[in-house]
Write a protein that binds this ligand. Structure first.
Ligand code: ADP
Length: 472
């Protein structure tokens, strides 16, 4: 199938009057020239989503679910091509890109089932003649704004829920990685999702497009995944029209290793929590907090695993870490490492970057005064600080304005409960470095966001409860 590079509006591929270039982060080679949507295209997409909404919401939910199931099947059948496309625009290692395609498809699969389970309820009335019925109605056309780090999955976990609920969408993918969203639109067209239900508007002017979407009274909801700074701006802008808003924002995940942990398992979990997607993930472990008594043993087991990582072109066999997505990301990672070293961090492992190929770094003696303790690193850097005991570890873990996910390794059942309850984050991984899965509610507290994606709760953000009281 030909790589789609035009905008997708009202069931048509729209070349537009301007194009922008998508480049391979590995070598800057040209991947595609993509339609840049200005106001005209964005408005057309909003109108199309608004027009399509009436019929789409009326389609029986099981039928909407069936289409989502077919979309999942198409993605899986095409996982190699979609994976390679993702490597070209994002840079990640091919095995991770294919894993992302499967993960992304799992949201369509999950919401294919959830569509038919958007149950309402009846509630006993206060008078003999009163009947109370509660139904869930789709909120309406939704704006979806997604980042570059998981071009498929960040879209499908919004899109699956939106379509299952009966909403239509205008999606704005990240400028760096618009091709994944367009590839999904191609598959949606093939399975027969009606024109106007899914509209994709790539653009180089995110701010303007965001304002246009939020300024439209036809758009009833925004779902955004990206940085806390932009999320905050969008939340403010959504206030004028009191739009529904879901935000998946930044994280600063602690990865706690307590003295009784199985260190073999803790290292395996650390490798996943830290190096998945080269650390470019909002659920990436950002702060390693290790109980002092086992810190040396943890480091001794961690270093050989880190040294085995292969950095290179994402498409090449055996590569674990592809290039970081752009020069800005490389500069940020290097700045954070340099700041930590200047403030006294000990370098246990480092690798000189080659262009955007940034190998793993391991730092010890990290302190809260270092920028990387407060900022999301978004790169392959392990920053280790020790804790005196369990209480100290928990306090350190919670000492952040973010609250997306926390990881803890301990074999002690009581500690598992204490950390499960005590960690201030929307998600907690106990003896695991990977919590994301379609059937569980993904989302954060504090500055990490609002709302949940995936799980049976994922539909809530795309539905309004309606209560009808009838006197018979
Ligand atoms: P990241 O640091 O991951 O790129 P951003 O928050 O900058 O995170 O970007 C996430 C998504 O939000 C992307 O699709 C980007 O184009 C979009 N975006 C960035 N700035 C704005 C803005 N001011 N208004 C609307 N969307 C924006």
């Amino acid at each position: 199938m030909k790589t789609a590079s035009d905008a997708f509006i009202d069931g048509r591929w729209v070349p537009g009057s301007q194009r922008f270039v998508v480049r391979d982060p590995f070598d800057d080679s040209l991947v595609a020239e993509v339609t840049h949507c200005g106001d005209t295209e964005v408005d057309a997409a909003i109108d199309a989503a608004a027009r399509a909404f009436g019929a789409w919401r009326k389609k029986p939910a099981p039928e909407r679910g069936k289409l989502l199931g077919q979309l999942a099947a198409r993605m899986l059948a095409d996982e190699r091509r979609l994976g390679e496309l993702c490597v070209r625009e994002n840079g990640k290692a091919l095995k991770e890109a294919i894993a992302e395609v499967r993960y992304a498809a799992s949201f369509f699969e999950w919401f294919a089932g959830e569509a038919g389970r958007a149950y309402g309820e009846t509630i006993p009335g206060s008078r003999p003649e009163q009947r109370i019925v509660v139904t869930r109605e789709p909120v309406g056309p939704c704006a979806l704004i997604t980042p570059w780090n998981f071009p498929y999955a960040m879209l499908t976990r919004k899109l699956g829920a939106a379509l299952a609920a009966g909403c239509t969408v205008v999606a704005k993918p990240a400028e760096q990685t618009p091709l994944g969203a367009l590839a999904i639109a191609q598959l949606a067209e093939q399975v027969g999702i009606p024109a106007g239900v899914i509209n994709i508007v790539p653009t180089t002017d995110a701010k303007r497009t965001g304002a246009r979407l939020l300024g439209s009274p036809q758009i009833k909801k925004l779902s955004f995944t990206g940085s806390t700074a932009v999320g905050r701006e969008l939340l403010r802008a959504a206030a004028d029209d009191i739009k529904r808003v879901s935000l998946e924002l930044g994280g600063n995940a602690p990865f706690v290793v307590l003295a009784d942990a199985d260190l073999h398992e803790a290292v395996a979990g650390a490798m996943i929590a830290k190096f998945r997607n080269g650390g470019q993930s909002c659920v990436a472990a950002n702060r390693f907090i290790v109980e002092e008594s086992i810190a040396d043993s943890f480091v001794a087991r961690l270093l050989p695993a880190v040294q085995k990582l292969v950095v290179g072109r994402g498409l090449d066999a055996g590569v674990d870490l592809g290039p970081l997505v752009d020069d800005k990301s490389v500069a940020k990672v290097r700045r954070l490492v340099a700041d930590a070293v200047a403030k006294g961090a000990t370098v246990l492992h480092d690798s000189a970057p080659r262009g955007r190929l940034v190998g793993p770094t391991v730092l010890r003696d990290v302190t809260p005064a270092m920028d990387l303790w407060r900022e999301e690193i978004f790169g392959p850097v392990i920053a280790i600080r020790t804790a005196l005991d369990e209480l100290d570890a928990l306090a350190q873990a919670n000492d952040t304005e973010y609250g997306l996910v926390s990881y803890v390794y301990t074999r002690d059942a009581a500690r598992q409960v204490r950390f499960g309850e005590g960690l201030e984050s929307g998600m907690v991984g106990i003896n695991t470095g990977l919590v994301s899965t379609a059937q569980a509610p993904f989302g954060g507290i504090k500055h990490s966001g609002l709302g949940r994606e995936g799980s049976r709760h994922g539909l809530d953000d795309y539905t309004n409860l309606k209560y009808v009281s009838t006197t018979i």
